[in-house]
Design a protein around this ligand. Structure first.
Ligand code: NAD
Length: 451
């Protein structure tokens, strides 16, 4: 097992020089990142195609474009983010003033998964740079071409004492986790998230955990059915369902069952054509292990739409399943693939109970025209974030911090949230020396004492 102690020490020493705290240094680093990504766009599009058969459109709209927008937003706001924020002080602290100074943690470890292998390395890195940290990046071993391209980009842009990519799988990740960092940002599965948190606990290192889970999608009887079907099909089958916030399953009101399923079938046909298995722009499953795990789900319930698969090319058709209950294997874990189970309901409180009886989802989507139902769900169900009448799009707004709760994660990022995820807030009370209020001192008679 490799030893990363020297690398971490090198970064710590570089951090102590104070260079990364200079706002111009951070701005230059972000501008270099933007220029480097734009120059190497073709390299990343090719790598994403080779690793996951991602189309150029998806590579740009869900990976490259997303991080370019995050960089633009950070560059626009960084000067206001880093400014100490003045806060009010209570009357009993008369004469003093309060400030919150955001300061970088120091050396950050960023571990990423394979499903958006470019975005999920670079988006946290933008926060780390903007907040003034050094960073060690560990991309996924399951998308080797993208990870290699990331290594090349970062190596060309920055010295390793500032930002570096460490390649490798579980072993490299575990060797990295033996070291002491100032913060750890992890995106991945729940079980590995626990391993990361355990390693962090040894040094009381703060963590951000962006995990997964089963994100429900509720389609109520008063929903705009056609639009709901279209937006659910898009959010579910994007990246072949390998999206942390993809609708995992649909809770469908029985009164609109047939109409919704008809529209869903039509929406899938519009998105992927008559034969999605031959669609050159349809993302593949990342590995044979994941393919086998997903294929096993097809043995239960009833396949209503799709169901075809091709082991040689690791493709699974957009598939919709009915006659599924919480007892089926597909409802026991995050699906993370292009299979959408439908659960029917009549009473919305059965839906609320069903979700409440399972770990907190990362996302929840509700399709309804009823503000009362909207309030009822938001009040009673705990989840990371989500949309009313859409799927996945809450991720796109830099003004909405993105993260989970409970099993779906700790902390959040995107926009200013990314800066905050990599900053400690240092609270300072600046006291006056012009007078001293003696009330706090024992055995002192009251009254203002001029100094
Ligand atoms: P994973 O947890 O298996 O792997 C993530 C990273 O951890 C990889 O870099 C991997 O090398 C490393 N790793 C794996 N096993 C490890 C171990 N035992 N010890 C230390 N490190 C280890 O996740 P994945 O399969 O790459 O990604 C899928 C999961 O990620 C899904 O659960 C999905 O929901 C979640 N995810 C969450 C978000 C989010 O933003 N919340 C985004 C994307 C994916």
């Amino acid at each position: 097992m490799e030893n990363y102690h020297a690398l971490v020490t090198k970064q710590k020493n570089f951090f102590y020089t104070g260079k990364t705290k200079d706002v111009n240094y951070r701005i230059n680093a972000l501008k270099e990142l933007r220029a480097g990504i734009m120059k190497n766009e073709g390299m990343f599009i090719d790598a994403l195609k080779a690793d996951l058969n991602k189309s150029e459109f998806e590579a740009y709209s869900t990976e490259i474009g997303v991080v370019l927008e995050e960089i633009r937003f950070a560059l626009k706001h960084i000067k206001s983010w880093i400014r100490p924020q003045r806060v009010t002080t209570p009357l009993k602290l008369f004469g003093s003033s309060g400030y919150i100074y955001p300061e970088p943690y120091g050396v950050a470890l960023i571990i990423a998964p394979w499903n958006y292998p470019f975005q999920l390395v670079i988006a946290p890195l933008i926060g780390a740079i903007a907040a003034g940290n050094c960073a060690i990046l560990k991309p996924s071993e399951l998308t080797p071409r993208t990870s290699e391209a990331l290594g090349k980009l970062i190596n060309e842009l920055y010295p390793e004492e500032y930002i570096v990519v460490v390649q490798g799988g579980v072993e490299a990740s575990q060797a990295l986790l033996k070291e002491e960092y100032d913060t750890i940002f992890f995106t991945g599965g729940i079980s590995v998230g626990k391993i990361v948190m355990e390693a962090a606990a040894k040094h009381l290192t703060p963590v951000t955990l962006e995990l997964g889970g089963k994100s429900p999608c509720i389609v109520h009887e008063d929903a705009n059915i056609k639009l709901a079907a279209k937006r659910i099909a898009w959010g579910k089958f994007l990246n072949a369902g390998q999206t942390c916030v993809a609708p995992d399953y649909v809770y469908l009101h029985s009164n609109i069952r047939d109409e919704f399923l008809k529209e869903l079938k039509e929406a899938i046909r519009e998105l992927y054509g008559e034969n999605p298995m031959n669609n050159q722009n349809y993302t593949h499953i990342v590995s044979e292990k994941h393919f086998n795990r997903l294929a096993a789900f097809l043995d239960e319930g009833e396949i209503l739409i799709g169901g075809a698969s091709d082991r040689e090319h690791l493709v699974i058709e957009p598939t919709v399943m009915t006659k599924i209950t919480w007892k089926n294997a597909i409802m026991k874990e995050e699906i993370f693939g292009p299979i959408l189970p439908i659960l029917e309901y009549v009473n919305i409180y059965d839906v609320i109970n069903g979700i409440q009886n399972h770990p907190n989802p990362l996302a929840l989507y509700l399709f309804t025209e009823s503000p009362t139902l909207e309030k009822e769900i938001l009040k009673n169900v705990s989840f990371g974030g989500g949309c009313i009448n859409d799927t996945v799009y809450h991720l796109v707004s830099p003004y909405l911090p993105f993260g989970g709760i409970g099993n779906s994660g700790i902390g959040s990022y995107h926009g200013k949230g990314s800066f905050d995820a990599f900053s400690h807030k240092k609270s300072i009370l600046k006291q006056t020396t012009r007078f001293d209020i003696p009330l706090r001192y024992p055995n002192v008679k009251n009254g203002l004492k001029m100094i």
